[in-house]
Design a protein around this ligand. Structure first.
Ligand code: IPM
Ligand code: MN
Length: 367
């Protein structure tokens, strides 16, 4: 068990600092309760880094990330930079840190939290019990493929969706390994009726599946999958897909949970794992103290699970989140549908999670 952990915090833009602040305080509570030595260091990324240092991923940030045991990221993106080309925007810093750290498997769980089904626009009997783990390939496809260009002379622009067999093999293995420990089903999502890259994807996933005879494999086209996810989310266990399809479907999965603000993620398989909530920088609510910190707090739980082997502590955070939600301590995004719930602030929700964690530890000690 890891006793010492060096965590680089890159809070980024918008609501990033508010939500990661709560996640860090939760990690500090875990360290105090368990006698662990978690060391936090902060660096800049995204729009704040462009402003302070002229680059969305400054050298110092990348160096600190490579020296850490885990990187906890808030969010990047700011409307100020909307006119810039993709390569100069805050988002470029995120894509660069992803590729430099090398993690290719982005795990995005989407879970129907008890007591939150009212908050979903879907009927409770559809969402209740849903428990999906998206495995999104994070370093290939349209995000990184070349050539890419907007050629103003010919008034045309293009990007390239490219995958090598090896890239598909390695992310598929992660999906099958995880499915083997869950409900033993992988749904691979592609567009193999139109795209050659998807045909390679499908053939490769099918080949990898042969090494996992206990895990069932099904293929879905991405358009159909977008619909099935809303009609029958309980049908899915592990959903494996390429970068852009995974980006889109994981936001859609926020509907199952009731709020995008509840979704965490972990990126594994590289030099240093990267942890970031699925939501963006939400500039419209930044600085107001109303953002939901639970996505970031659940991301911290994934950090303990995948970078420190602290499974019990990760599960304790998840149980605390469950309790806080059930007790009706919720930010505005989660209180919307339930008028009996009083709206809490970002810090109130974070404090409540810590209180429940400390209380659970005390009652365990008393037993
Ligand atoms: C996400 C985000 C990022 C992505 C953006 C901010 C580059 O939407 O993590 O899902 O598209 O991967
Ligand atoms: Mn996204």
């Amino acid at each position: 068990m890891t006793k010492k952990l060096k965590i680089l915090v890159v809070a980024g833009d918008g609501i990033g600092p508010e939500v990661t602040g709560e996640a860090v305080r939760v990690l500090q509570s875990v360290a105090e309760l368990g006698g662990y030595d978690f060391q936090f260091r902060e660096e800049l990324i995204g729009g704040v880094a462009i402003k302070a240092k002229g680059s969305p991923l400054p050298e110092d940030t990348l160096k600190a990330a490579l020296e850490s045991d885990a990187v906890l990221l808030g969010a990047v993106g700011s409307n100020e930079f909307n006119a810039l080309p993709p390569s100069e925007r805050p988002e470029a810093g995120l894509l660069k840190i992803r590729s430099e750290l090398g993690g290719f498997a982005n795990l995005r769980p989407s879970f129907a939290w008890p007591g939150l089904s009212q908050n979903s626009p879907l009927r409770p009997e559809i969402v209740e019990g849903a428990d999906i783990l998206f495995v999104r390939e994070l370093l290939g496809g349209l995000y990184f493929g070349a050539p890419r260009e907007w050629d103003k002379r010919v008034n045309a622009a293009w990007n390239t969706m490219r995958y090598t067999r090896d890239e598909v093999v390695r992310v598929s293995k992660v999906a099958f390994e995880l499915a083997a420990k869950r409900r033993k089903k992988v749904t691979s999502v592609d567009k193999a009726n139109v795209l050659e890259v998807s045909q390679l994807w499908r053939a490769t996933v099918t080949e990898v599946a042969k090494d996992y005879p206990d895990v069932a494999l099904e293929h879905q086209y991405v358009d159909a999958m977008a619909m099935h996810l809303m009609n029958q989310p309980r049908n899915y266990d592990v959903v494996l897909t390429e970068n852009l399809f995974g980006d889109i479907l994981s936001d859609e999965a926020g509907v199952i949970t009731g709020s995008l603000g509840m979704l965490p993620s972990a990126t594994i398989g590289g030099k240093v794992n990267l942890y970031e909530p699925v939501h963006g920088s939400a500039p419209d609510i930044a600085g107001k103290g109303i953002a939901n910190p639970l996505g970031a707090i659940l991301t911290a739980a994934m950090l303990l699970r995948y970078s420190a082997g602290l499974e019990d502590e990760a599960a304790a955070i998840e149980a605390a989140v469950k309790q806080v939600v059930a007790d009706g301590v919720r930010t505005a995004d989660l209180a919307r549908a339930d008028k009996s719930v009083e709206v809490s602030s970002t810090t109130e929700v974070g404090s409540k999670v810590r209180e429940v964690l400390v209380g659970a530890r005390a009652s365990a000690a008393a037993r």
